[in-house]
Design a protein around this ligand. Sequence first.
Ligand SMILES: Cc1cc2nc3c(=O)[nH]c(=O)nc-3n(C[C@H](O)[C@H](O)[C@H](O)COP(=O)(O)O)c2cc1C
Length: 179
Amino acid sequence: MKENEVVEAIRERRSVYSFTDEDVSDEELETILEAGRWAPSYANLQPWKFIVIEDEEIKEEMYEIARSVTIFRGGIKNAPKLIAVAVNSAEDPRHFIEAGAVATQNMALAAQSLGAASYWVGVFDLNEERGSAEQRARKALDLPDDYRLIALMPIGKSEQKVTKERKDLEEIVVHDRFE
Ligand SMILES: Cc1cc2nc3c(=O)[nH]c(=O)nc-3n(C[C@H](O)[C@H](O)[C@H](O)COP(=O)(O)O)c2cc1C
């Protein structure tokens, strides 16, 4: 297997849930957003908006709203930056979910490569249930009706050490047809 910086960032990225007081610099933030900007999307529609949340009151609101989707919500308040990944489902009705997901992961990997950390808060609600965390967060962030919220991603510096395992390649790779 070959190694390089990209593969290393992919493998070493872990979700962390607590952050130090150290801020993410403007330059680092720009690099992270740039990684989101260069994500692939269906027909290159780029249907996303990345909402950078630094306002403490809005973070607090997101923290409260996330209660119903995750027990690890402390990082929403604790991280210096919180990025909400919104996508226009009318502009890209076929693939808006993948668009938001791939942009989110690009930003998580860029953060990792810069020595920052993040985690993905899964607010997206496929069934768009009334009163869901996603609906409440969309309202709180003043998203237009066509915009869905794919992820909330706290980003900051962290000293948390997390280990995770993955299934072996032999378990997940098949050749030519599903076996
Ligand atoms: C779509 C999606 C939704 C997720 N939602 C949450 C969440 O709501 N709360 C949480 O603590 N972690 C969430 N995670 C993080 C996963 O739990 C984590 O990625 C997984 O356990 C693997 O760990 P790792 O990221 O450290 O490799 C989410 C990840 C994805 C991709």
